[in-house]
Design a protein around this ligand. Structure first.
Ligand code: RIB
Length: 289
């Protein structure tokens, strides 16, 4: 099986700061590092490192060939990443001493994916493959519809959260992942709780508390490992990529989530995004509390 990921690709400029800047504040960073990022690219790298065949559908500008090359080096199929005449997306990320962040996104080429490109990529998809999207590209609804028509398992990571973006894809979804606050925002927008949704599999991530899985009217909790976090950026994407890889391999969801919790725990102990996502061997062998 293949995981098809219609996903963003960013250059992440990560600034290590003493605290997250407030309104009107000028703040000196202690350090600046550049990583491959974007919620989409992070998920592709995570699922590839978890052992799943992963094909990324996306776009970079002429300044982003390095990002496509890096995804290839990380084992992602990049044949459906276009180079367009729009600058590559980027993210300005401040990370404080506790590992918390805030992020400014420049969408750039992530919103210049063409319908032809999407159609051509998915014409190679087979029923039973997975299709995942996040809210950082154009064509989310078109992809979800196409995925449903082709018999793919359609997955959506509702990040960055926008209630209307989730509502637009909701009728086509088999799997939805969002965090606690987003679940509340979705309830405010739709009047539906997570357990009211007709989506077959729903995961609500609970940050350092772990994750809750909703399926068939029941829910189960998966506590997170206790680790010393240095940077939480990309941990949610790593979790999602590992869950998808588990689903793709036919693992019971409980096992996929347990493994994804380990991957996310390891990820928060590292500075950076896609480049530092742990592989399956590291995830299996890590000594975690
Ligand atoms: O979730 C982290 C990601 O959000 C970063 O890699 C950044 O590029 C933004 O998309």
């Amino acid at each position: 099986m293949t995981i098809w990921n219609l996903g963003s690709i960013n250059a992440d400029m990560i600034y290590d700061v003493p605290h997250l800047p407030g309104p009107g504040e000028t703040l000196s960073a202690n350090r600046l590092d550049q990583f491959l990022g974007g919620k989409g690219a992070n998920m592709s790298v995570a699922s590839a490192r978890a052992g799943a065949r992963t094909a990324h559908i996306g776009a970079v500008g002429p300044d982003g060939r390095w990002a496509r090359d890096r995804l290839t080096e990380y084992g992602v199929d990049t044949r459906h990443i276009a180079v367009v005449e729009v600058p590559t997306g980027h993210a300005i990320i401040a990370v404080d001493a506790e590992g918390e962040n805030n992020i400014i996104l420049f969408q750039g080429a992530n919103h210049a994916i063409s319908e032809d490109q999407l159609g051509q990529a998915l014409s190679s998809a087979e029923p039973g493959d997975l299709l995942v999207m996040q809210n950082e590209t154009n064509l989310q609804v078109e992809a979800a519809k196409m995925g449903r028509e082709l018999g793919l398992t359609v997955c959506y990571a509702a990040a960055p959260f926008q209630a209307d973006a989730v509502q637009a894809v909701l009728p086509y979804l088999d799997f939805l992942i969002l965090n606690e606050i987003e679940a509340e925002q979705l309830q405010q927008a739709t009047g539906q709780t997570v357990s009211d949704l007709t989506v077959q599999h729903v995961i609500v991530t609970l940050g350092s508390k772990g994750a809750r899985y909703f399926h068939n009217g029941a829910d189960s909790d998966f506590p997170a490992h206790k680790v010393q976090a240095v940077d939480t950026t990309g941990a949610g994407d790593t979790f999602t990529g590992y869950v998808l890889a588990g689903m793709d391999r036919g693992m019971p969801m409980a096992q996929a989530i347990t493994q994804a919790n380990r991957a996310a725990a390891l990820m928060v102990t590292r500075h950076g995004t896609a480049d530092v996502i742990p592989d399956l061997k590291e995830v299996r062998e890590a000594q975690l509390g």
